[in-house]
Structures are given as structure tokens and as C-alpha cells.
Design a binder for this molecule. Structure first.
Ligand SMILES: [Cu+2]
Length: 368
């Protein structure tokens, strides 16, 4: 008998080659440890913002419940009105950032509404086994699934869709990635164990888009997400993105959408790239403490000018702003920053410090 799931998956040409290898995994136990724990439900918020959370855990491990709804939709990604047939977790690119503590259990309800066209799933780089949960979360339109995993390793980790074959890179560059931050129960620490705290946290998710062009050199627009597949894959295989953007679109974090801070505030910037390398740089600032690989069991690097985000990872940088003004936060491949879109702004208020910098003489004609 061919089920609806098999017919849809077959029609998509998707082979869940590894799914059968994990079919022996029980999905429920009579006496799970997690069943004994207290539960907490978290409402996710769209990036660059992060849901409220404690930096230091206030009690024993909990089961932290999240829900994400997968939304396929058109999104405008630049000032020219270029449109992508995006696939998203909760409607944003990247998807929302989750925060838990080491030892907590993440319990995600993932919903794929009937109105979508594609099967989807989720692979958490923070999770252990079953393709990061990907093999246990494949859902067709009209289905939902609940996955629970134990947050055993502290750090910032990417999650992304991975439904098999060419669907994997396509869904990722169409927007289906995000980040979870697993804090040590006693919070972040410097290299000798002193506590490090942040006053604000922002999540900057970087995404490379590959919008095909027609014979006239114009960006193409498609009637459905399915119809965008073959031209998009052809463009993707050239490995040259048409857009590299923060938060889903050029300008999504500049101007009126700039991130804000005040002089003296410590700001944690979490930066993810699920598909491609990046190199964040804060122009006029630094990374005081940087977990370049995002893994908090390793000591942070200090005083960095630029840091490296490996494709398929998320890193974290802590910086206390010392001067007011507008700071550009860029991917320091400056072609990607300026031409392709990977620029954000911080607007920082406070008092200027002449000791750190002063214009000793304003521009004037060259003295004779
Ligand atoms: Cu997907």
C-alpha cells in the first residue's frame, strides 16, 4: 500500500536513504528521565531579537518546549524588489534563536501546514543521533511532529532543514536555518573562569541566496516554490550567490532596522551561516571575547578584529561598546558586504571619549 507520505516523497524524488536505518529507534519510553522534569514553554521571537532567558540557570534541568511553524512564502530580498521563493522556520530568515541551558531537554513541535508544498524536517547540530533529529522529523504538508533531545554540549549551534538529496542545500539557501544557544548552567565565563555577562543579545543569521536570471539578465520570479527548484539549483551549482544578506534581506538590519546599544553595554552577537563561510567584523569596534566556533567549553579568544564562521556553524562574540555612533557590522569579504548585502548597523548612544579618539584638526587645506 502506498501511503500519502510515500507518494509525496516519491514524487519529490527524495530518497530518505538513512531513514530506515533509524527506524528501530523508539520514539517513546515508559519512564523517560525527561518525564520527571518540570516543563517550560518558550515563545520564540524573530531575529535579530532573542526570547527572554536567564543567563544563569536558576534551578534543575527542565524540558523547554518550543513550537515552530514552517512557512513557504515569497520574500523581497533587496531594494530592487528581487523576490525569493523562501522556505522558513516561523516565517523569518534565519529562523528564531532558541536558548536553553546545558542539561535541559529541548522539545520542539514542528508544524508543516497543509498550505505548504514541500516536505521538511530539522537537523539540530546540537543534538545527538538520527541525523541530528532529521530522520525523526520528516513531515509532509498537513503534518506535525514532536522531537525531544538533550542539550549536552554548551555552545551556539546551527539547525537547518535536511530532507534528502538536492532538497538539502536548496531548503537551506532558501532560508531554512537558525541557531540554538545552549548556555552553561552557571553562564558564560572567560578563560580563567570569571563570569561574563551580556546586557543585550542579538542574533545575526547570514544567508546566501542564488536567484536565477532570465535571458535578459533579469532576476526570475516563480509561480510556486516547486517551480523555482530547477533554475535555482542550476544557479547554486555555480557557487556564486546573487545575494549574501543578514536577516533575510539587504538592509534588514540597517537604517530604521539597525540594532541598538548604549556605551558601556556588553552585547553578545551570535552569528550563524548554515551553508558558507563568513568573517564578521565590527567596524570601529572589536570582539572582546569571541567563541569563534561557538562552543563554550573552549576558552574565548580576546581582542579580535575579525572572526571566522565556518559554513554550518554559529559563533558568538561579546563586545562592550566604548564610543557612541553608528557601527557597521559586516562580512569582511567586502564585496559580499557592500555589493551582495552582508552589512548590518549598530546605533550606539552615549558619551564620546576623546581619550580613545579625537579629531585633532578638522579637514582643511594643506598647510603651506
Ligand atoms: Cu525544508
Amino acid at each position: 500500500m502506498v501511503t500519502r507520505r510515500q507518494s509525496i516523497v516519491g514524487a519529490m524524488g527524495v530518497v530518505f536513504a538513512l531513514a530506515s536505518a533509524t527506524s528501530f529507534i523508539p520514539t517513546a519510553f515508559a519512564q523517560d528521565i525527561a518525564d520527571q522534569l518540570e516543563r517550560r514553554t518558550v515563545e520564540l521571537v524573530a531575529p535579530p531579537f532573542v526570547h527572554p532567558h536567564d543567563q544563569v540557570a536558576t534551578g534543575p534541568a527542565q524540558v523547554v518546549e518550543f513550537t515552530m511553524v514552517i512557512e513557504e512564502k515569497e520574500m523581497v530580498i533587496d531594494d530592487d524588489g528581487t523576490v525569493v521563493r523562501a522556505m522558513t522556520y516561523n516565517g523569518s530568515v534565519p529562523g528564531p534563536m532558541m536558548v536553553v541551558h546545558e542539561g535541559d531537554y529541548v522539545e520542539l513541535t514542528l508544524v508543516n501546514p497543509e498550505t505548504n508544498e514541500m516536505p521538511h524536517n530539522i537537523d539540530f547540530h546540537a543534538a545527538t543521533g538520527a541525523l541530528g533529529g532529521g530522520a525523526l522529523t520528516e513531515i509532509n504538508p498537513g503534518e506535525q511532529v514532536v522531537l525531544r533531545f538533550k542539550a549536552t554540549r554548551p555552545g551556539t549551534f546551527v539547525y537547518h532543514c535536511a530532507p534528502g538529496g538536492s532538497m538539502i542545500p536548496w531548503h537551506v539557501v532558501a532560508g531554512m536555518s537558525g541557531t540554538i544557544m545552549i548556555l552553561p548552567r552557571d553562564g558564560l565565563k572567560d578563560e580563567v573562569g570569571n563570569p561574563l555577562r551580556y546586557d543585550r543579545v542579538y542574533y545575526v543569521g547570514e544567508n546566501d541566496f542564488y536567484i536565477p536570471k532570465d535571458e535578459d539578465g533579469e532576476y526570475m520570479r516563480f509561480d510556486s516554490v516547486g517551480e523555482s527548484f530547477s533554475d535555482t539549483i542550476e544557479t547554486m551549482r555555480g557557487l556564486i550567490p546573487s545575494h549574501v544578506v543578514f536577516n533575510g534581506a539587504r538592509g534588514a538590519l540597517t537604517g530604521d532596522n539597525a540594532m541598538t546599544a548604549s556605551v558601556g553595554e556588553a552585547v553578545l552577537i551570535v552569528h550563524s551561516q548554515a551553508n558558507r563561510d563568513s568573517r564578521p567584523h565590527l567596524i570601529g569596534g572589536h570582539g572582546d571575547y569571541v567563541w569563534e566556533t561557538g562552543k563554550f567549553n573552549n576558552p574565548p579568544e580576546k581582542d579580535l578584529e575579525t572572526w571566522f564562521i565556518r559554513g554550518g556553524s554559529a559563533g558568538a562574540a561579546l563586545y562592550t561598546f566604548l564610543q557612541p555612533g553608528v557601527y557597521a557590522y559586516v562580512n569582511h569579504n567586502l564585496i559580499e558586504a557592500v555589493e551582495l548585502g552582508a552589512t548590518a548597523h549598530f546605533i550606539v548612544d552615549g558619551e564620546w571619549d576623546d581619550d580613545l579618539m579625537k579629531q585633532v584638526q578638522a579637514p582643511a587645506p594643506i598647510a603651506e
